[in-house]
Design a protein around this ligand. Structure first.
Ligand code: ZN
Length: 506
């Protein structure tokens, strides 16, 4: 083997290990760590992040990468080695464009912003948060300036989460989705009484909720030798390695849906990381290719599987075993309907499958205007509330339930939101292909058989990790670019089934 490549790989392994140690510390902080450990933990995480950043941005990595140009050219582009060199070079060139002082300043502003946001949200005080937001936006403008080639400023922000995608491409997709969904929301609002979610409400002790989850997810591949499920406040999935996947959940003892569907969602993220080829372990190819594609996996398992009728044929008897009194007089169809109750609401993380994307589109439009100079941060509450009225037909009673509800902006995660909705859209595109390749999928799900579906996803998506770009990956698995039609078809069919046919709009 090429000695220079061996050296590069050893360095990348070391950096990867540092990052994964950081992830493990982060998982521990959110699940196990005693509260007073947080100050020291912040230092531990900062040290790990600094070491990893220094090692990766070093001149030595750059020099190894240029020495490897002819070796790379001698390999098939899809080989593991050529892919690693290519992706490492892309990452290295990108990170070198941002001065480390600016990166550090953004990290510090994010920590201060998070503190300020927590307090401002609690006290419903947007004005107190505004200066932090303004200085974050200013820092992010400096960040954008590091990428002079972008067509518009927002492209540089989006690229951090969805490499290569532009705001113009997102706008084209979101405009169609918004125009299709807004009338559906009106229809659902006018027919709200057609769907009753009381079958999922009542008294559900956390211990039994865990028992129910553990009767479902082992069928999806959750194996205690490779996985953990633990409670936390803000659920997430974290992969320490492909054989060490940590998922988390939050129990609401009055509503079964929070933890149940949340666990299915995180399971979808976990399955993606678990399915990456072992040959890519400990390299920067060993992760999901982008946030949108990652979210396509979580949304698919949560919604296209977990909120489908066939799934509840399988899961209803399991729920009735765990909660015999509650489900004695509730049939599978009633649970399926309850799991799909839709309607406008104020809070994004509680939104249903239909309205969720509108929450995202609103945020995307606002973020884009902030960076195009059409919108000042001080005007955010007013614009937010107006869009909530236009898209969802509801009035925002206060900023805590409005513009202050999400943590993202406080930490500098600008450009992140679109990936949530894009993932949902991609999931529907993939699902249409699965229906062709696995025509028997409904029968399988009703019988609690998920191996063929998992196998399909590993074969077509999971095993490749980051070998291909996000756009190439989406083309391979969905047959083209991101298109909203399958998602709109899916939502329209579901709304029609549950709420009756929507009036035809022209
Ligand atoms: Zn997710």
């Amino acid at each position: 083997m090429n000695a220079t490549f061996v050296e590069l790989k050893e360095r990348l392994h070391e950096i990867w290990d540092l990052n994964k140690i950081g992830w493990l510390l982060g998982w521990d902080q959110s699940t196990m760590m005693p509260k007073r450990g947080s100050a020291a933990r912040g230092e531990h995480l900062a040290t790990i992040a600094r070491l990893s950043h220094q090692r990766f941005t070093s001149d030595e990595i750059g020099s190894l990468l240029s020495q490897l140009e002819s070796y790379e050219a001698s390999l098939p582009p899809e080989s593991d080695d050529a892919s690693l060199i290519r992706v490492a070079r892309d990452d290295w060139q990108k990170i070198r464009k941002v001065p480390s002082e600016l990166a550090a300043e953004i990290a510090r502003a994010g920590a201060a912003g998070y503190q300020a946001w927590t307090k401002a949200r609690e006290e419903n005080d947007f004005a107190a948060f505004l200066p932090y937001l303004e200085s974050m936006i200013e820092l992010k403008r400096r960040y954008v300036a590091c990428f002079p080639d972008v067509a518009e400023p927002y492209d540089a922000l989006l690229d951090d989460y969805e490499r290569g995608l532009t705001a113009a491409e997102v706008t084209a997709v979101f405009d169609q989705v918004r125009d299709a969904i807004v009338p559906l929301v009106k229809h659902v609002t006018a027919n709200a009484d057609k769907v009753d979610d009381s079958p999922l409400r009542g008294s559900f002790p956390a211990e039994q909720q865990l028992q129910l989850a553990m009767s479902v997810i082992p069928r999806w591949g959750f194996d205690p030798l490779s996985w953990r499920l633990d409670p936390t406040v803000h659920p997430f999935a974290s992969s320490i390695s492909t054989q060490d996947i940590r998922i988390t959940t939050r129990y609401d003892e009055a509503y079964l849906g929070t933890s149940f569907f949340g666990t299915l969602h995180e399971m979808g993220h976990g399955l993606y990381e678990h399915g990456i080829s072992p040959a890519l372990e400990r390299t920067l190819l060993c992760r999901g290719v982008s946030l949108s594609v990652h979210e396509s996996q979580s949304r698919m398992w949560e919604n296209l599987v977990g909120r489908s009728r066939p799934f509840w044929t399988f899961a209803h008897p399991l729920a009735a075993d765990v909660f015999p009194d509650h489900f004695a007089n509730v049939n599978a169809d009633a649970v399926w309907r309850a799991a799909n109750k839709m309607g406008p609401s104020l809070i994004r993380v509680e939104a249903d499958e239909l309205t969720y994307s509108l929450h995202i589109i609103l945020r995307f439009e606002i973020e884009q205007s902030l960076f195009n100079g059409d919108l000042k941060a001080s005007d955010l509450p007013e614009v937010w509330n107006a869009k909530m009225r236009d898209y969802l037909g509801i009035d925002v009673p206060n900023d805590s339930a409005g513009v202050l509800q999400d943590v993202h902006w406080s930490e500098g995660l600008l450009g992140y939101f679109p990936t949530y909705a894009l993932g949902t859209i991609i999931a529907s595109q993939i699902w249409e292909r699965i229906l062709v390749d696995l025509p028997d999928i409904d029968r399988q799900m009703a019988a609690g058989e998920f191996d063929a579906l998992r196998g399909w996803l590993v074969e077509h998506l999971h095993r490749h990790g980051r070998k291909f770009t996000p756009k190439e990956t989406i083309a391979r698995i969905a047959g083209g670019t991101i298109t909203p039609e399958p998602y709109v078809r899916y939502l329209t069919a579901k709304v029609t089934e549950l709420y009756g046919a929507p009036p035809v709009t022209r």
